[in-house]
Unconditional design. Structure first.
Lengths: 213, 213
């Protein structure tokens, strides 16, 4: 089935909760690597991508719409323009693979949704996107389930660890270092990030610049 | 396919990282509810269960082996005794459903593994359990992948948010309050736990005893 993916992206000063381990320039580069991993999976599953960017940005594999309004407004500006099924997918889920997206878009229901950790929504596939509206922030998974009900949509909840895992905080990098395969993992390793195991718990450590040389 | 599930369980003073919101008696009752949810899913998928308990315990739907040695030793005592495929599954993944277990045990590979967050392993299905040995703690997912390779096993990694979500810390309770359907969620709600949304992030709060009356 042909569909078009909508990927919100913040090119400038993204992922501020990672400031404890990455400076602004590194966070921007890391966000770009994660975006590349997500776009890679989207294109591999046979579909096209549009980035909803908060600032001017260029990407050779995607269309760009610069939208300076808040996230929900930007998505709700885009959705009514869709004449084919749409996938709204977050740019910070670098573990996603093309096969995972296929699980989503092959749903028999009107809508498929992937919860993110902490009540969030990491992906929504909509066969009739024009009826829907996004409501991110807070417990958006519950909000989106409610909106789907208002639209009269049947819904499949997709159970996927890889798609539910977003990179918000230092602890999330553990998942990427263990399960990642793409550019984002390479990027972290190049910066000197590695797993650190203390008292049976797994964390990440970053070697100093001197150690990595 | 018939298989037997091995479920490690600590009846006394479990889940100490939840001490900030639950006293010992409540943690013991909560662990028991989670165990019931897991056993429920296991039995519904057509299989039997044995609990590896650190202390004497009774459960009407499972066999019990009291094993006072550390977790790995207890599992590695049990595995060589298996003459049928075995599922090792953690007792603290109350979001698991029978259909999720079916995804695991219907693998075409020699082994299926479900990563837990933070490098852990939440479930392993083994067609030839006698060859394998468990190595929990630390980055056990990577260790188990290595051991599988040593055994010459083909491996399927099962991508499941529900099975990868264990209940270790207060933040994990958010997942249960949003996605749970079983006894564990009911238990938390009965104690006055509810979602709390502040500055766009979702947490849990517990009403005081007076407020719940």
């Amino acid at each position: 089935m042909y569909f078009h993916a909508l990927i919100p992206f913040k090119p400038v000063n993204p992922k501020t909760r990672l400031s404890c381990v990455l400076d602004q320039e590194e966070r921007e580069a890391f966000a770009r690597c994660m975006l590349d991993d997500v776009i890679g999976a989207v294109l591999k599953s046979g579909c096209s991508a549009t980035l909803l960017c908060t600032d001017p940005f260029e990407h050779e594999d995607a269309l760009i719409a610069v939208r300076r309004e808040p996230l929900n407004d930007a998505i709700n500006w885009a959705l009514p323009q869709f004449h084919c099924p749409a996938l709204i997918i977050m740019a910070d889920i670098p573990l996603v693979r093309a096969g995972d997206i296929q699980r989503l878009v092959s749903t028999a229901k009107d809508m498929a949704i992937v919860p993110g950790r902490g009540g969030g929504t990491n992906a929504i596939f909509l066969k009739k996107p024009r009826c829907f509206r996004a409501d991110y922030y807070g417990a958006s998974f519950l909000d989106h389930m409610r909106i789907a009900e208002e639209c009269g949509f049947s819904v499949e909840v997709i159970d996927s660890y890889r798609m539910s895992t977003d990179m918000d905080e230092k602890e999330d990098l553990v998942e990427l270092l263990i399960h990642g395969r793409g550019k984002s993992r390479e990027f972290l390793e190049r910066l000197g990030f590695a797993l650190s195991i203390e008292k049976g718990r797994v964390g990440v450590k970053r070697r100093s610049h001197e150690e990595t040389l």
